[in-house]
Design a protein around this ligand. Structure first.
Ligand SMILES: NC(=O)c1ccc[n+]([C@@H]2O[C@H](COP(=O)([O-])OP(=O)(O)OC[C@H]3O[C@@H](n4cnc5c(N)ncnc54)[C@H](O)[C@@H]3O)[C@@H](O)[C@H]2O)c1
Length: 238
């Protein structure tokens, strides 16, 4: 496939390595110093665009890409309050869009475990929940997009939690997410249910960025010439 990379930082470079190893061509690389090259004409030369820039730039990039027919895979986190606007833009322009807070296959399996465990724990309020995420110090957003996805899954299964907070919880309706920043952690997520009798804990630890990059390339291969809005559940057939 012909791929446009929007954001050529740690993830953009990891995606380039995985994509070229799988026989794809990188036809456009956009970063802050050549943003002027992100024209409709240049974007339209790609069969898919992969956007990994960051919370403050993703929205503008996604809006720009939505002016072209190119399908977009987005891994930037920290912009989700505007998700419905972006979803509508891609539905209206008839192309395709896939956002994942985490592209790693292991994390997507972990999401399924989290959902199942939260459903099992819904009738056991004697267990206190703690959700913790640990990332490198350069990460710009907190909590991580992955932690927000995990929290939303828990809130869906345990409706007594009405919202999440990025600190220890003050009352029973708050689901606490604790964020730690430690180098060189690529990403750890832990969910712990604690009671005086026992604890139940699930942990996912990323060892490198390759898992995110492989998942993003897999998603690009999946979205191909499809139209519509997709998630990693579609890509992985969950
Ligand atoms: N979804 C996932 O699986 C996943 C995995 C890892 C990281 N992330 C997220 O991806 C994003 C990027 O992560 P990273 O580790 O590669 O960060 P990074 O800082 O190493 O790279 C971001 C790159 O984007 C460039 N950039 C910034 N603004 C831009 C703009 N307006 N246009 C074009 N390029 C621009 C920067 O110059 C930089 O080179 C972050 O939001 C991070 O949280 C997501």
């Amino acid at each position: 496939m012909k791929i446009a990379l929007i954001g050529y930082g740690k993830m953009g470079k990891a995606i380039e390595r995985v994509a070229t190893a799988r026989g794809h061509d990188i036809v456009l690389k956009i970063d802050v110093d050549n943003r002027g090259e992100m024209t409709k004409e240049n974007l339209s030369k790609a069969e898919v665009a992969i956007e990994f820039t960051g919370p403050s730039s993703a929205l503008e990039n996604l809006r720009r890409c939505a002016e072209t027919p190119v399908p977009v895979i987005c891994g930037s986190t920290g912009w989700l309050k505007e998700y419905s606007e972006i979803e509508n833009l891609y539905k209206q322009n008839g192309s395709a869009f896939l956002y994942a807070s985490n592209f790693s296959i292991g994390v997507n399996i972990f999401f399924e475990l989290n959902r199942k465990l939260a459903t099992l724990m819904a009738n056991h309020p004697e267990y206190a929940i703690e959700l913790k995420e640990i990332h490198h110090t350069q990460k710009k957003d907190a909590p991580s997009g992955t932690a927000i996805t995990l929290a939303e899954q828990i809130m869906q299964a345990i409706p007594s939690f009405t919202h999440w907070v990025n600190r220890p919880g003050d009352n029973a309706s708050e689901l606490p997410i604790l964020s730690e920043r430690v180098d060189p952690a690529p990403g750890t997520h832990e969910i712990k249910y604690q009671s005086p009798i026992d604890d139940i804990q699930i942990i996912h630890t990323a060892h490198s960025r390759e898992g995110f990059a492989s998942g993003a390339v897999l998603a690009a291969e999946y979205i191909g010439h499809k139209k519509g809005i997709f998630t990693m559940k579609d890509v992985l057939g969950f």
